[in-house]
Design a binder for this molecule. Structure first.
Ligand SMILES: [Zn+2]
Length: 62
């Protein structure tokens, strides 16, 4: 018998998202990358980009 609690489901959803920065918990901004046909996610506080799988793919320089 499978039992799922709402807490477990919520945690699973959050960890699979790139929307929030793991380091500082700030909300990331979506940046469309034409060449890759993908959306990267920028954390303005840490200055890094992650892809849709939450892998760091670049560093933002001002
Ligand atoms: Zn951050």
């Amino acid at each position: 018998m499978i039992r799922l609690t709402p807490v477990q489901i919520g945690e699973e959803k959050q960890s699979s998202m790139s929307l929030f920065c793991k380091k500082c918990n700030s909300r990331r901004l979506p940046k469309w990358v034409k060449e890759k046909n993908e959306t990267d996610w920028l954390c303005e506080t840490c200055g890094n980009y992650v892809d849709s799988k939450n892998n760091i793919v670049g560093q933002y320089t001002k």
